[in-house]
Design a protein around this ligand. Structure first.
Ligand code: LFR
Length: 473
């Protein structure tokens, strides 16, 4: 994405888009990280044809990482967080550090893929033994582009090795779980310089140097939250919808209570001392995997049919890690409906409706739980990310929450990324509220008023036994 930022402009132009296809090897599910990096280089070349680049910033999904050897070479393709290698690992970690203490120290949700569990799972592997450095995915790309190494803070906060109160590594958690913090490069804050494109990169991309690389909020969700176009002082919840739905509140300090842990809320770090207090919900992954199973490249017609399908006929728990792994999604959804005594959706439109109803229900529960657990009420739900384009999902979310939904921008991660770079280079010291005001002034937004009552949604939640706060381990 090429971003142009001026006093009254904020514009993105898509320079290049490429697929991200994980590869299953006998050794597990991996990212094709060199293929992705080649896509980044193609993107830089295409971007250079559109504009002179003042800065480059990188964000991606969280938790995953590459291992480097003593020469700085990548030891293997990074493992995908949807791989099953961490099965049974959390239980081993909890023997040394019980869940309540782990949560009190890190504030992180329990997810089987947290970097901590991945590193413990790999403990006896030849690769981890040979590794001299762990770089999170955006930091790995930054390293290849610039030769500099760091660990960006918002993304580091998803490792389960950061204390959200000090916004630094938790030595205690690392020591007690046997993780070597020396493997991580020093922490870097969004907005700080990360070097400039290496001569070989300039040559490969036909760019003219110097092109500075700027650390952004490198966790895609953190960048997306930067671009939530809330007005100053507004009481808002946000839902970043894409492959995942990340639903919650922005806070100025973490909520580390036992009730919060049991509700499986996470305290990830955001820009400028903020805390992203949210819950991970499976998101449009459920739909993407159905489309993949059906060999259906385009969701459009099915979404139209789903809008006309019977509402709330069957719902599944969109927070259930049973949906984490890829494969056979329509069958797994049918099985979940059967297991909860609900009708199995018949036909593609009914399955899509079940997915969207289930997501809206999970959005509602997350927004409600976040308010209760943090003691902060909201008046509006902001939906950003790809799902902001999905009118049916936005309308159902408004209905389920009983609150107005304001949807947009869809490219929130890219906008948040660009804004942090622009602020760093403009030297304006603009506040987060100021950055958001720019988004609100420049990006088209859609508003959805809630319809009906929330009673039917509560009843649907009860069908799943979700009347009360879910209990994590
Ligand atoms: C969204 C996201 C989520 C994170 C998940 C796994 O793209 O970054 O925030 O929990 O992917 O990394």
């Amino acid at each position: 994405m090429v971003g142009r930022v001026g006093p009254d402009t904020l514009r993105l132009t898509e320079a290049h888009r490429f697929p991200n296809r994980p590869v299953r090897l006998p050794s597990g599910l991996h990212w094709d990280v060199l293929g992705l990096y080649a896509g980044v280089l193609d993107g830089l070349r295409a971007a250079g044809r559109l504009a002179r680049l003042d800065s480059v910033g990188i964000d991606s999904w969280a938790v995953d990482h590459g291992l480097l050897d003593a020469d700085g070479a990548l030891l293997a393709n990074p493992v995908h967080y949807r791989d099953t290698r961490t099965e049974g690992v959390p239980e081993r970690v909890w023997e040394r550090l019980p869940p309540p203490e782990l949560y009190a120290r890190t504030g992180l949700q329990h997810a089987p893929f947290n970097t901590l569990y991945q590193l413990v799972a790999a403990r006896h592997s030849a690769q981890l033994r040979a590794a001299k450095q762990v770089l999170l995915i955006p930091d790995l790309f930054t390293y290849w582009l610039t030769g500099t190494r760091g660990t960006e803070l918002t993304n580091a906060s998803t490792t389960q090795l950061i204390d959200p109160r000090t916004r630094s590594w938790s030595r205690e958690v690392a020591d007690r779980t046997g993780v070597d913090l020396g493997l991580f490069a020093p922490l870097r804050l969004p907005g700080t310089p990360a070097g400039s494109l290496l001569p070989a990169v300039l040559e490969e991309t036909a760019l003219t140097g110097p092109v500075p690389v700027t650390t952004v909020a490198s966790h895609d969700t953190a960048s997306a939250v930067v671009a939530v176009p809330a007005a100053a002082g507004e009481r808002f919840a946000y839902i970043c919808t894409g492959t995942w739905s990340l639903a919650g509140l922005e806070l100025d300090s973490p909520v580390l209570t036992e009730a919060s842990r049991r509700a499986n809320f996470t305290n990830e770090l955001g820009l400028d001392s903020t805390v992203r207090y949210l819950r991970n919900i499976m998101g449009l992954w459920l739909l993407q995997e159905c489309l993949r199973a059906w060999g259906e490249p385009d969701a459009g017609p099915l979404l139209g049919a789903a809008a006309a399908a019977e509402p709330l006929r069957s719902v599944v728990d969109a927070g259930d890690p049973a949906f984490l792994a890829p494969g056979r999604m329509p069958d797994r959804i049918a099985a979940a409906c059967r297991a909860t005594g609900q009708p199995v959706p018949e036909g593609r439109a009914a399955i899509v409706r079940c997915v969207l109803d289930s997501l809206a229900l999970a959005h509602h529960r997350a927004v409600e739980d976040a308010q209760r657990l943090s003691g902060r009420s909201v008046d509006v739900v902001r939906i950003v990310g790809g799902g902001a384009r999905n009118a049916l999902l936005c309308r159902l979310t408004a209905d389920a929450c009983g609150l107005p939904v304001v949807a947009g921008p869809a490219e929130a991660s890219a906008l948040g990324n660009v804004l942090v770079q622009a602020r760093a280079h403009g030297g304006t010291g603009e506040s987060l509220a100021g950055l958001r005001a720019r988004v609100a002034r420049t990006q088209p937004l859609s508003r959805y008023e809630p319809g009906g009552t929330t009673r039917a949604w509560r009843a649907a939640g009860q069908r799943l036994g979700l009347g009360q706060t879910p209990v994590a381990v």
